[in-house]
Design a protein around this ligand. Structure first.
Ligand code: COA
Length: 263
């Protein structure tokens, strides 16, 4: 077992990474970030993985942020390297070609919130609390929070969260559009796995194209985004899965998608 701070498993095309330092509410130290990044690399290499789920060990916390115990030893250079390490891991997460669901089972604070908002969407347990409390420590978010949160919930909502450092309960986060679904703690993984299975049953080519079109389109103007969609649509329609999808519909049967770009 090469990972100490995370648990990484793959079952029926669904990969799960569990942040696993429950004694410190799964806080991210440098070693956890390295392991997280390595596991993401494994996922990129494995074409059979169709969906990734992220969660935290225990019932109290997803990830309660960067490991504050490491902070007092940092000088500016070390802090810059640490932030870059977080950005690299979270960029890698966001750029995964497959959908990623965050199963937020408790506190998602600081770096934990930044990991969650870089996922494609979040399901949360009723006891979950999300927030960027760095201001209370005399710092600011350093793994993309000041950039991704405003894009997700709007500038003013993000400013209020970042300026006050307040923790937002799951139901409120749901109303803000930060969390897609709120479940009981017992139901959270069932609900996440149900959605992950539904996603894993779709065509590999179209799923990747959909994610790429949305992500790339969000960084450009609408016209350019629509051009990106046209290119991705053409690639999908020319794929064997598109023929199978159409024939399956016409023959009134379930589609059997095999993936691949050419027949
Ligand atoms: N880094 C390092 N250790 C952390 C941590 C973090 N981000 N968050 C929690 N822990 C540790 C605590 O130090 C404590 O360890 P100890 O038992 O050795 O004292 C353990 O996890 C349990 O946390 P505790 O604070 O006792 O639990 P709580 O239920 O009273 O409070 C929180 C939970 C999440 C509200 C509180 O732990 C907290 O505010 N954590 C920091 C959140 C934060 O600021 N994150 C952003 C960091 S940039």
């Amino acid at each position: 077992m090469k990972y100490k701070n995370i648990v990484f498993q793959v079952e029926e095309g669904i990969a799960t990474i569990t942040f696993n330092r429950p004694e410190v509410l799964n806080a991210l130290n440098a070693e956890s970030l390295e392991e997280f990044s390595l596991a993401l690399g494994e996922i990129v290499e494995d074409e059979d993985v169709r969906v990734l789920v992220l969660t935290g060990a225990g019932e109290k916390s997803f990830v309660a942020g960067a490991d504050i115990k490491e902070f007092p030893t940092f000088n500016a250079l070390k802090a810059k390297m640490y932030s870059e390490m977080g950005h690299d891991a979270i960029d890698k997460l966001q750029e995964l070609p497959i959908p990623v669901i965050a199963a937020v089972n408790g506190y998602a604070l600081g770096g934990g919130c930044e990991v969650a908002i870089a996922c494609d969407f979040i399901y949360a347990s009723e006891n979950a609390m999300l927030g960027l409390p760095e201001i209370n420590l005399g710092i600011i978010p350093g793994f993309g929070g000041t950039q991704r949160l405003p894009r997700l919930v709007g500038t003013n909502m993000a400013k209020e969260m970042i300026f006050t450092g307040k923790m937002v309960p799951a139901q409120e986060a749901n109303k803000m559009g930060l969390v897609n679904k709120v479940c009981t703690q017992e139901q959270l993984m069932n609900e996440v796995n149900k959605t992950a299975k539904a996603i894993a049953s779709k065509g590999k080519v179209s799923m990747r194209a959909a994610k790429q079109a949305i992500n790339n389109g969000m960084n450009v103007d609408l016209n350019t985004g629509c051009r990106i969609e046209t290119e991705a649509f053409a690639l999908c329609l020319a794929s064997p899965d598109a023929k199978e999808g159409a024939y399956a519909f016409l023959e009134k049967r379930e589609a059997n998608f095999t993936g691949g770009y050419t027949s």
